[in-house]
Design a protein around this ligand. Structure first.
Ligand code: ADP
Ligand code: MG
Ligand code: MG
Length: 248
């Protein structure tokens, strides 16, 4: 059964249609890569999923239930977590505080005790995801890879069924990429989280993904198991001559 299904999704900006009838699906525990040239519509599709555009057209269902994602709140409440390209961490706060941002202990539990509670809660959430983080370090002092992992723990600190990441590896060093991939794999395998990620690194996409969807000009060109692709066939689809989407 599908965890997520998006059907015939359309989205226009000022009368220009940039998603022209996109179908996309995600299975529980699946790592699904979304690739395509700049301007293909990948980020826009993701933002629809994040509840950023109340005026999208098409159908979305989660576990077979039809839903409308009309606000970021609705997406979060449905267990859809999005990590955008520019993270929203607060650089001068600690890792622990960033993970718990907006959920700080209040009233009598502020101050030192509050901080201890917050720290323990954040450490627990990281541990549940199998991610090790320097809880007391300021985010500013961390490498981008560790910042990315902090963002993931934060995004997943509520119950997450769908995790979406926009170019999560773009700024990472190779070792940081490995760490991110193993974390993604574990979340998918052990917790059944469905993961969508956008990447321009076709070799890593071929290696890591259970399925790959190729987008071009606001349409889906192909969706196939990752194992069906080689670097060459994937690159060819990206450049592509024929579009086999809805409007072909
Ligand atoms: P990708 O992520 O695949 O590079 P995007 O989804 O960012 O592509 O963009 C798809 C198209 O939509 C592009 O032509 C882009 O210029 C346009 N677009 C994206 N966001 C907006 C916006 N807020 N206003 C107007 N046009 C936009
Ligand atoms: Mg782009
Ligand atoms: Mg983009």
């Amino acid at each position: 059964a599908m965890l997520l299904e998006m059907r015939n999704i359309r989205k226009s900006f000022s009368g220009v249609e940039v998603l022209r009838g996109v179908d996309f699906s995600l299975k529980p525990g699946e790592i699904h890569a979304l690739v395509g040239h700049n301007g293909a519509g990948k980020s826009t599709l993701m933002k629809v999923l994040g509840g950023n555009y109340a005026d999208y057209e098409g159908e979305i269902s989660l576990h077979g239930d039809k839903i409308r994602l009309l606000s970021p709140r609705k997406a979060i409440d449905r267990g859809i977590a999005i990590i955008y390209q520019d993270f929203s961490l607060v650089p001068d706060l600690s890792v622990a505080h960033n993970i718990a941002l907006g959920r700080e202990p209040r009233g009598r539990l502020r101050g030192t005790i509050g901080h201890a509670i917050l720290r323990r809660r954040s450490a627990k959430e990281a541990e549940r995801l199998g991610i090790r983080l320097p809880m007391d370090a300021s985010v500013r002092s961390l490498g981008v890879g560790t910042q990315q992992l902090t963002e993931i723990v934060r995004a997943c600190s509520r119950e997450v069924r769908v995790l979406v990441m926009d170019e999560p590896t773009a700024r990472l060093a190779p070792a940081e990429r490995e760490l991110l991939f193993s974390t993604m794999r574990r979340m998918a395998d052990e917790q059944g989280v469905g993961i969508v990620y956008i990447s321009h690194f076709l070799d890593e996409v071929c290696d890591l993904s259970d399925r790959i969807t190729v987008m071009r000009d606001g349409l889906v060109v192909a969706t196939r198991p990752g194992a069906d692709y080689t670097l060459d066939t994937l690159a060819e689809l990206l450049v592509g001559h024929e579009i086999t989407g809805r409007e072909a």
